[in-house]
Design a protein around this ligand. Structure first.
Ligand code: ATP
Ligand code: MG
Length: 376
């Protein structure tokens, strides 16, 4: 097991202060899978105020003191350190009403969602894995700790986490856990829009999105209004872009459901655009008009969504072929100099642009001036 030096340093600081320290959660799971890890968690028996004291001289941020979490920065790496915890009862299916700190590592591991997320590791003591997480990781299985019905009823977000992990890791969900996901799906109504959107985006843009979407289609439909029966194309064959993947699983015209999930405006508008242009089968000229109207980013997005290769687009851009007024060899002042009334200049420029894009005129100043004169 390989972890950054900063993690070992944090472990040492906690143990020298008299505490226990283990690396836990996603970063242990990902290390076992040889996947890159993006956030590091340590768990300790020390209460948060002692953790803060132990890291005197370091940047320490009281991220979630009420829940026992302190973030320390070591060699530029942020590390979340959380005190062993027992979560109290959940009334809203999301937040434990109260958390109790504990001195038992096993208590802390038991409150976690899946066996694969409850493996901990110490560079001195090795693995602690009371729920068989290592075996499940090796077998590619997502399994609740304890009674799945109880665990999903406590916190329905775990249902969406299971789907997202399945999509990211290519794991399958253990049958009893899977049954419980459906039986407790009512609880999803209590999950905030932001959390739903974040888990859905994570799942849909992941490497095994297609299998997960097929396997859990009924649950996708529960949280995503306007969800189609199947994606326009296999998700794995589409670019891993959020807007592209949502457009592919939403029925045409259902982009508003993303707004209801409090998506950022750009994604909603991109999905709307992709749906509006889903019949685009244009050649070179249409492509240039699309570039002019929507810009390169959206043009690429659409080609990705349609599974069209980008060779014509790349060619147009590499040759610097004209597709916008700015690229035209004449400008408004040139047209005005011909004595054209100001209110007609725009339409003449657009007509010239069409002439150039459609191959009726070369993009050369004297050619275009002559053509403009004919149009006045
Ligand atoms: P990733 O960071 O890749 O999404 P992760 O497993 O690290 O995966 P985090 O949200 O970072 O997920 O949470 C860290 C750990 O906290 C998890 O591994 C799990 O042990 C625990 N955890 C997170 N969310 C829940 C939850 N809703 N219920 C129970 N335990 C949870
Ligand atoms: Mg994590």
């Amino acid at each position: 097991m390989r972890f950054p030096k900063a993690i070992e340093k944090a472990e040492q600081i906690l143990t020298r202060f008299g505490g226990e320290a283990y690396i836990v959660g996603g970063c242990v799971r990902d290390a076992l899978l040889d996947r890159p890890c993006h956030d590091y968690d340590l768990t300790t028996n020390l209460p948060p105020e002692h953790v803060i004291e132990a890291f005197t001289g370091y940047t320490v941020i009281p991220t979630g003191l009420r829940h026992g979490t302190v973030t320390v920065h070591i060699d530029g790496l942020p590390i979340d350190i959380t005190t062993y915890r027992i979560d109290g009862t959940y009334t809203d299916g999301r937040h434990p009403v109260h958390v109790r700190f504990s001195t038992s590592l096993e208590d802390d591991l038991r409150r976690r969602d899946f066996t694969m997320n409850a493996v901990c590791y110490s560079t001195v003591r090795g693995f602690v894995d009371p729920f068989g997480g290592v075996d499940d990781i090796r077998a590619g299985i997502i399994r609740c700790i304890g009674d799945p019905l109880e665990r999903f009823s406590e916190d329905a977000l775990r249902i969406l986490r299971a789907i997202r992990f399945a999509a990211q890791l290519g794991f399958s969900v253990e049958p009893a856990t899977e049954r419980a996901m459906y039986e407790t799906a009512d609880g999803l109504a209590r999950i905030s829009a932001e959390r739903i959107l974040s888990e859905l985006s994570g799942a849909l843009t992941a490497p095994y999105a297609d299998a997960a979407f097929t396997a859990f289609h009924k649950l996708f439909k529960t949280v995503l209004l306007g969800c189609a029966a199947q994606p326009v194309r296999p998700l794995d064959s589409l670019p891993a872009d959020k807007a592209v993947r949502f457009a592919a699983v939403l029925k045409n015209g259902a982009s508003d459901s993303l707004a209801q999930l409090k998506s950022d405006r750009r994604t909603v508008e991109d999905v709307h655009f992709l749906h509006a242009y889903s019949c685009f089968s244009g050649g070179r000229i249409e492509l240039k008009k699309l570039l002019a109207a929507q810009g390169e980013r959206r043009t690429r997005l659409l080609l990705g969504y349609l599974g069209t290769n980008t060779s014509v687009l790349d060619d147009v851009l590499a040759n610097k072929e004209c597709f916008s007024l700015r690229m035209l060899a004449v400008n408004g002042r040139d047209i005005a100099a011909l004595g054209v009334a100001p209110q007609r200049i725009g339409s003449i420029l657009h007509a010239l642009l069409d002439d150039v894009m459609e191959g009726r005129a070369a993009n050369e100043k004297n050619v275009l001036l002559q053509r403009a004169a004919e149009k006045t």
